[in-house]
Design a protein. Structure first.
Length: 157
């Protein structure tokens, strides 16, 4: 028993491999879709379209990427590793594309939920995305859905 305890204390921790850019991107898109507690079919379809367009994936590769991202999403306690991977691998243009993808998923169902907006804001900060890029991507996504009212805007009484 003592030997097992000593072995546990002296063993080096297993090194974790960093997630790939594609898995990290897919995971953030899935987390955004889930942030409002209702993943609509239109959001799932938009995620699939965006990933195929970004990474030139076959249907089988896309299915595997989404399965990997889903497994990571259910076993992760934080987005840190995924954000760190994207910060390391993406330049300013790549981050601009990523925030555009995220906004497109947020607006895919025609409505921006306050939880989606909050997560988008956090991710923009964590990914060091300039506010101008964040706002431009938001306006582009809003135009694509016809100017849907955001969760933070209030309807007149």
């Amino acid at each position: 028993m003592l030997n097992r305890l000593l072995k546990l204390l002296t063993e080096k921790p297993a090194t974790r491999t960093a997630p790939s850019e594609a898995v990290s991107t897919a995971l953030l898109l899935l987390e955004l879709a889930r942030s409002d507690f209702n993943v609509a079919d239109v959001e799932r379809r938009r995620i699939r379209e965006l990933l195929v367009e970004r990474y030139q994936l076959s249907t089988a590769e896309l299915d595997q990427l989404l399965a990997d991202a889903q497994v990571n999403a259910t076993t992760s306690v934080s987005l840190h590793d995924y954000v760190q991977t994207l910060n390391a691998k993406l330049d300013a243009d790549g981050k601009r594309t990523l925030i555009e993808m995220l906004w497109q998923v947020a607006y895919a169902d025609g409505h921006l939920d306050k939880y989606e907006e909050h997560l988008l804001r956090r991710l923009a900060d964590l990914l060091y995305i300039p506010m101008a890029d964040y706002i431009q991507a938001r306006f582009a996504a809003e135009r694509d859905v016809g100017g849907t009212q955001s969760a933070t805007e209030h309807s007149p009484a």
